[in-house]
Structures are given as structure tokens and as C-alpha cells.
Ligand binder design. Sequence first.
Ligand SMILES: [Zn+2]
Ligand SMILES: [Zn+2]
Length: 742
Amino acid sequence: MTDVIDQFNSAADAIRDDYIDQRNVLSFAEYLTEFAKDPTRHLRDSARYVLDAIDHFGTERVKRPWGRETRYKIFDQAFADPSDRLVGQENAQARLREAIASQVRDGRVNRLLVIHGPNGSAKSTLVKCLFNGLDHYSRLPEGILYRFRWVFPTRKTSHGTIGFGARLKRDNIESFAHLDDDDIDATLECEVRDHPLLLLPLHFRRQIMTEVLNDADCKDYQIPDHFLEPSLCHRCRQVADALTRTHSGDLKKVLAHVQVERWVMSRRYRRGIVLVGPQMSADAAQRQITSDRSLGALPIDLQNMTLFETYGPLADGAGGVVEFEDMLKRPLDTFKYLLSTIESGEVMLGQAILKINTLLLATTNDDMLEAFREHHEYPSFRDRLSLIPVPYITQVSTEQKIYDYQLVPNIDRHVAPHAVIAAAHWAVLTRLHKPNSATYPEVLKQHIAKLTAGEKADLYEDASVPERLSNDEAAELRDAIADMRQEDAASWSYEGRYGASPRLIRQVLLKASLSEKYTCLSPFAVLEEIDALCDLVREHPFLEREIQEGGYHDVKAFVGLIEDRILDALEADVRTASGLVEESKYMDLMEKYVNHVSQSVKGEKVLDPTTNDYIDPDEPMMASVETKLGITSDNAEFRKGFISRIAAWAIDHPGQKVDLSIIFPKYLRHLEMAYFEEHRQKVAKIAGYALEVLTDEEDTSLEPEHQRAGQALAENLIQNAGYCRECAKVGLAKLFSKRFDK
Ligand SMILES: [Zn+2]
Ligand SMILES: [Zn+2]
């Protein structure tokens, strides 16, 4: 029993000590010492603070087909629940950061950051990640924040009305900051969390800031305007003035009443991080403090004043960020009020003014923003808005991650391979625009005019280009991907505004996961759900867009295209699982071909690696490879051209190992296909055994040898390719009905 009590006591003591440590209560003089140690950490307004928080988490370069992009790791949420992370959207991240950085350069918050996009794009996630990041950062030493409160000691302690007992001296400077609660009669919080430095009179504050920055070798640091103006809140001003009168202008005695304390931002408690829903209207207001029991304990000078407290979102968010969710759903007057607040940097509260030190964000959907831009007053608002677009994603693998992170962990069934990507693929296809071929270089015009929606999705996925292009054209097309993505970025009907929203795709996946036809979340269930969805044109206008040449907007045809891809992927999985077909085999064949052809062109013999003898080039082997490559004309001519292509490449890339997959991607693909084709029947046979084994393990009529082979293939699918027995069975059956028997 005593053990438990001992444990309890020491745990309680540890918690109390932690609390005291973390509370970091300082006198004003102690705070000044902290400030001098690291002035740039303390001299931050809200914009600077948020920018530092973003940069604190660092960056990462990611490679996309359209170029390299910077990801700000704050949006990866490694410090919080990573399922909340922002997938993709590197451009939006960069735009948001830049919009904040530009306010830092301006020295003040002077714009509303409007995060806009279609419904269900990641607007709220972007904001949520930023909020979580701030919440986390403010708890770190780098993100330290201080506020203060006014402390009024008991008369007994203070010897008379207000005075100082000898025991209150610390560092030879008098302060009530460290008094025990028993010795304090009243405290007054600053509910807008004024920065402690604002307590210094302006001219003196400027002088101290400059000197401290100079001493810390930070002379070039740009002090935010907030510190260069009389920014103290109305009530703190009243208290400071009253105390100045009481102490006959002795600043040290006034500041003795200041207790500086660390604070941390909290989204949950709306402290420095505030989300305002469209139904909430009061941005800030004041009310008189009336019945607070502690008021009677205030010094006489203060008792005679009418004290107000500020409340509302702008007060809660002071020093941090406020987001106005669905901004344009509010009455336009509220919006105008907010913009005039931003322009002046102040909010009028009755007789008083509140200086804004809050980064202001808003989210809105594109339809509302587009309508708002038609408003006759819009031009006068324009300069006070920074627009940050958050479109839908147009890269399949990135889109897939949204569901892998946010949805898959919540699905009770086994998620079959290729199920999630099937949904992501369809989503991306519905969003793609037909490129305008007229705007591209001459060599590309005809190819871009013929580019299908499926091919465009592949281009955006991994820069793979249609086979019909020559190597040079393929390189040109790859270079054009970045332009293609920007093609209509400036217009209102930009690519990524219309099409299936992630919200809709989530519903599709959830419904498919409840399908009675399948035991797993099957890619075929996903396709069936999408097929059914395609008929709901009244609910989803994007389903009804005019179909363009190249299959753009042809939402039903996409289902067929994706089914083909799924079958390709299934077949590849089965091929690998059969163990019959080693992917490296056709590469070896290609290398052998190159070796023999290069000697035969020179009229020389080939060194046989097994016998170490010089032999004649293997004519039947070369001819057979050429047949597989689809060469029907003059083989001798082809061989010469083939070898000179390699030679030319080697000259252009001195010192590099010859990489056939770069020089002849198309030929390698042909060889691969031919190789697979050759083995297809064998693979299909074993796949048939596997299907039989999976369907009826106990009682098969298979020969033991066949049963073993089938068993091995099935095991491989399950152990190495992410299938379970059920979806392996479904996949194999589909292959037999759609592929192997044809
Ligand atoms: Zn204040
Ligand atoms: Zn399964």
C-alpha cells in the first residue's frame, strides 16, 4: 500500500515540477534577458511566426513528370496523425508560403489569404495541416511565445496601497511576478495576448530592439510594424496609464505588476488558432467587466475605470491565425468589414481600437469565388486578397495516396490489389482537359491533337508517351508536360476544377467495400460502382460534359479503359507468381542481339562466353529477334541503323554505360511482349491449376505435379503480391473469362 502512495507522491511531484518548468513564469526583467538572448525568436508578428513554423519542419524535393517541386514537410504531419497529411498540392503549399512571406516582407498582415478550389479539393486539409503544425511548433523551444498578465498583490504584501516588500526583489529589480497566490489579490489577463515588449514606451522600445538586434548580429532583421507602433490593447493601455499615475511615472514600478508567461497555441481551445464557421458572425467585440469579484481588489485608480474585455474570433486568434471557413457564404457586409479591417490593420470596438496581429485565411469554393468576382465592388477588394488555388489532383498515384492514407485503414475487408488505384485512375481521367494543340511546337501539334485522355493520364503519371512517337518526338512531348499542366491554369475552367471529387471517390470505394458479390474490396466492385455512378447525371453535372475527340469526358468509356489496365496488372502479377517468366530474360536476349549484330555489321566473329571460342554471329537468333521487333523490311539495313544509333548515343554520353532501355524503349517493350506471349499459354495453364486449387483445395482432380504448381502460384500471389485467397480467385477467374481463353 505504502508503495502505491509513494509512487503516487513522486508522480504527482514530477507532474507539478513539469508544470512549473513549463509555465515559465518570468518577471518583465527576466523576460528582457530572454529576449536579448535570441531577439529574432521573440520579435515576431503573426505572419513571421507562421512563416517560421512552416520553415521549421523543412522541405523535401519531389520529382514529378512536369518537374521538381518542393514539399513543405509541415503538410506531411509526421508530428501528428499522418493520416491527416496533405497529399500532393505542392503548388498550393508554395503559393500559401509565398503569400505569407510577402506579408512578412511588407512588415504587416495586409491581405486575406483566400484558399479556393472545387468542392472536396484539399482546401480544409491544407489549413488543418498548417493549424496542427502551429499547435506543435508553439510547444517547441523554437516556437516559444510569451504573453503577460497584470498582478496586484495583497495590501499586506505590498505595505499599503501599492508598494514593494524587500523579499520581492529578484535580480535587484522589484517584481510581483513570483508571488505566491496567497499574496495576490487580483490578476488581469490580457485576452488578446499582447506581446510583452509592447509594454515598453514606443521610443524606448525601438531603442532597445535596435540595440539588442545589433548585439546579436541581426542588424538586418526586419522588425514587424506591429512592434514599431503603439500596439498595446486598449485595456492594457488603461491599466498601464493608471499604474503610471499611481507610481508617479516610475516605469520600473509599473512593470513590477507584469507577470510574463509562456503560452502555446491550441486548435482545440481556440487559443491563437481559430476556425470560424460561416454561421458565426461577430469577429471581435467588447463587453464590460461587471461582476468579477476580484475587481474590488484592484488599485483605486483602476477601480474608477470602466474596464472592457475583448472577445470573439479575432481576440481568440490574436497572435496566431484565424480561418474563415466558406467565407463567401457569409453576408457580403461581413466580408467587406473584414477587408477594411485588413486594410487598416485595426478593428473598431466601441470607443477602442484593436490592432490586428493575426494572420487571416479564408476558404471558399470556386463557384462562389467566381460569382463574387462579378460583383461591382470586387476590383476594390482584389488588392487585399491573395488567391491560393487548390485544384483536384491529376496524377493517378498521388490521387491514390489520398485513399490509401485516409480510407483504406478504415475498411474492414481485405483491400484487393488494384482496387484503390482503379478508383483514383477514373477520378483523374474525369478531370483531364483535351490539350489545345495549336499552342505547341510544330513537331508536336499533330501528336497532341491525337493524344487521348488515357494517354494524357499516363503522361502526367510517369511521363510515359504513346508508342507511335519517335524518340525525338517523345522527348519533345515530355518537355511539354509542364506547359500542358499550365495551359489553362489562369482561366476559371482550369484543369482540376471539374470532375470527380475525392469525396465522391471515397463514397464509391466505401460502397464497393460493402458489395455482396465480393468478399474483398475488389477492383471489379469498384468498376461496377463507378458504372452505376455514371448514370447519376442529375446529381453530378461533370458526368454530362460534352465528349471530346480523344475520349475526354467520356466517363463510361474510362471504365473499359481501366478494366483493361486492371487485367494487364493481374496478368503481370500472375506471370511473376508463376515463376516461369523472368523479366530479365528478354534484356539478356536484347544484349546478346546487340553483341552479335555489332560483330556481324563489321564482318567479325563473336566471342562465345561459354566456350571462349570465336564463332560466327548467330543468324537465326538475330532474325528471330527482328521478327519479334516487327522488322519486315531490309534486315541488313536495319542492323546498320541500329548499331549507328548506339554509337551516336555513346558519343553524346561519354563515359556512360550504354543503356538499351533509354535508346530503344519501344523495341524492348516489343521484345518483352513477344516474350510474354511465348510463355502465355504455359502461364495460363498453371494459373488454371491455381484457380482449381483455390476453388476446391481438398478435392481436386489434379495430378499431384499440377496441384503443386498451382499451389505454388497461389501462394506466391498471397505471400508476395498482396492477394488473399478470395481476391486471388476472383482475379484468376476474370483472367480466364477475359484474357486467357481468347
Ligand atoms: Zn492587452
Ligand atoms: Zn482479398
